[in-house]
Design a protein around this ligand. Structure first.
Ligand code: T4K
Length: 372
């Protein structure tokens, strides 16, 4: 069988000519990094697009999380979920903090606020919820709990770029949000990320922190920082991609519609319900396969797809609380729903130039396995 492989993700590429034009400016100026003109332009355009007071660009989404945790001056425990990419949990640990794992909701896999309060104690300093697959967390309830209990909130918004809840930009919730601009994301800068926030005081601090703690333009180094800067080439890719974002999201939406049409309403095949008050970016298409009802489980489906050169992924299995690097740390993780979901979930290929024929090819394979 000579079918073209279909991977779970495929970067969106702007027209090469647009990027070439940006590169010509960079060649001319010889400013390649260290907060150059493309960096500043992208920051301004993103502040407008995301409707936030401040965007602080970073080298990737992971460093954005680490920087956010550092900027909030946290101590002790941070409540988060284990149904996420390695980065969320590792950022907490690398900042010398203790992750406490809260379970997730069954319908959208975000943090379960009913179980959140019971995990708060006098060591808790923050909540780090994840808008997993672009499903926006219960932001109102999280803020109410955080305000009442005196906690900070940093959202892992790696999957939620450009989304809105009740018409409000997702970048405006909590004290800060961290986004990923990795090549696989709906908006990308090849590698990159950012923090969004309203607190003016944090802007200068974060600029220093991403440049070894140096106060910009001085010889002073009051903080221990790191190198988390975005280069001009990366910022240029972001500027080009931002121009085409609506088209990228529109194409993904068509693919998701097609998946839903083919896979909705099958007993044992669970899709996330789309909520009316959320404007989605359609970055991921997760499907939960219940072996108990189907006679075939997630791994069987994944293997069948692989035999036809379709490479779906088990985002997010295993739970981060089960990682080798976490196992011996004595972390609290009473997370039965997260465990159930993680053992059954499969993320199907979804990207801006996947065709409806390719989506059909994937659905045909899945449906054939289920009907057997
Ligand atoms: N928080 C959350 C919730 C996250 O999901 C992530 C990242 C972060 C924080 C941290 O953000 P970053 O530091 O990464 O900015 C991929 C992405 O690289 C990663 O950004 C993403 N989450 C994660 C969920 O997925 P891997 O290890 O699965 O990537 P990889 O190399 O296996 O690529 C996935 C597929 O995409 C493959 O089939 C190949 C294809 N691909 C990938 C790249 C990079 C391409 O066709 N071209 C490419 O250039 O992590």
């Amino acid at each position: 069988m000579n079918e073209r492989p279909i991977l779970v993700a495929r970067p969106s590429m702007p027209p090469l000519e647009e990027y070439r034009k940006m590169l010509e400016d960079i060649w001319e100026s010889r400013i390649l990094t260290h907060t150059g003109p493309k960096h500043r332009q992208l920051q301004e355009e993103l502040e407008a697009y995301l409707d936030v007071a401040h965007v602080s660009l970073m080298a990737n989404g992971h460093l954005s999380l680490e920087m956010g945790l550092t900027a909030m001056g946290l101590t002790g425990e941070v409540i988060t979920t284990p149904f996420t990419f390695a980065s969320t949990t590792q950022a907490i640990l690398r900042c010398g903090l203790v992750p406490v794992f809260c379970d997730i909701r069954e319908d959208d896999y975000t943090i379960d606020c009913d179980k959140l309060e019971g995990l708060i104690n006098d060591r808790t300093s923050a909540i780090l919820p994840v808008h997993v697959y672009g499903n926006i967390c219960d932001v109102e309830r999280i803020q109410e709990i955080a305000d009442r209990r005196g906690l900070k909130v940093l959202y892992d918004a790696a999957h939620a770029f450009g989304e809105t809840w009740q018409g409000i930009s997702v970048a405006r919730f909590g004290d800060m949000s961290a986004f990923s601009f990795n090549a696989t994301k709906v908006f990308h800068t090849v590698e990159g990320g950012c923090l969004t926030f309203a607190n003016d005081a944090l802007d200068e601090f974060l600029s220093s922190m991403r440049q070894f703690g140096q106060v910009t333009g001085t010889e002073e180094y009051p903080y221990i920082g790191t190198n988390a800067k975005m280069s001009e080439m990366h910022a240029a890719m972001g500027l080009c991609n931002l121009r085409h974002l609506e088209e990228y999201i529109g194409n993904r939406k068509l693919a998701v519609r097609r998946y839903r049409k083919r896979l909705e309403g099958i007993e044992g095949v669970r899709l996330c319900r789309e909520k009316e008050n959320i404007k989605y970016n359609y970055t991921y298409f997760p499907v939960l396969f219940e072996e108990e009802k189907l006679g075939i489980g997630r791994d069987g489906i994944a293997d069948a797809l692989k035999r036809h050169s379709v490479f779906a992924r088990k985002y997010f299995y295993p739970l981060t609380s089960d990682f080798g690097c976490c196992k011996d740390l004595g972390l609290r993780a009473d997370v039965p729903v997260a465990k159930y979901v993680s053992e059954r979930i499969l993320t199907l290929p979804c990207y801006s130039d996947i065709t409806c024929e390719e989506v059909d090819r994937i659905c045909d394979i899945i449906l054939e396995q289920i009907r057997r």
